[in-house]
Design a protein around this ligand. Sequence first.
Ligand code: SF4
Ligand code: SF4
Length: 278
Amino acid sequence: MTMVEEVKTSRLKEKVKHPKRQMARRILIFVSFMLFPVTIFYLSPYLSFAGPIQGYISACLLVFGSLFILSLFVGRLFCSYVCPMAGMQEAMSKIQARRINRKTFFVKWLIFIPWIVVIILLPILFAEGFNGVKIFFGMENEELGIPGISILSFQGIMIYYIVVLLLLLWGFIIGKRSFCHHMCWVGPFMVIGRKISNWFRIPSLRLKPENEKCINCKRCDRICPMSLDVSKLVQRGNMEDSNCILCGECIDECPKNVIHYTFTSQKKAQVPEITIEK
Ligand code: SF4
Ligand code: SF4
């Protein structure tokens, strides 16, 4: 074995620091995925504006609003530790771990922009006044008397699984977390919240590198579920990226303990840029 191969092998053998954190994270999103037939309407793109148009504050609207406010302080943490679609996609990435080309990330803006316009403009233009709070708007299930559960009918469950299968197929063809990059309608609120947090220098959960310790092994690039070039973010000394979901996989995978969580403003999370030879 050559010296270069020995160095590479020894880097790969170095143990990760917090496998339990990632195990807990994966269990959380898998459970969330299993519960998705119950919770899906709380993240419904239709109900988010249908309630306000009829003058109701609904659970769906509160969930979207809460995610936006939370994102000011914890970015897209929801995407990594709670989102049901994350559970489905990360399970799929065990079979298909292809990284997504960053050049395709713009596709989400084709959905983001019309979606944000719809959710803000429709209630403003067509709202029927304020009729109060109807928490289970769209989830009354009056015949069965079990409000708050999204899908109760056999037909609904079948449609749900067909949609899930189509999304899994899309992920299998395109790559890791393709739904997040190209189709998600929940992400826009958190991306905008994160950008506001950066503009106003709000202290928030972030990643901070100690880039002088980096050996450029690129394990962080390979493990990142969002297909980010993490090693480049490390070297530039600024890990802010609106596609980062703060999952901590890169933190836990790094053999040199380079990346850390921190709670501070974007400016304070930056360090001077360095260049590391390959
Ligand atoms: S940050 Fe860590 S895992 Fe990523 S390239 Fe540097 S040493 Fe390797
Ligand atoms: S950069 Fe790190 S924390 Fe962000 S999505 Fe990638 S692995 Fe997760």
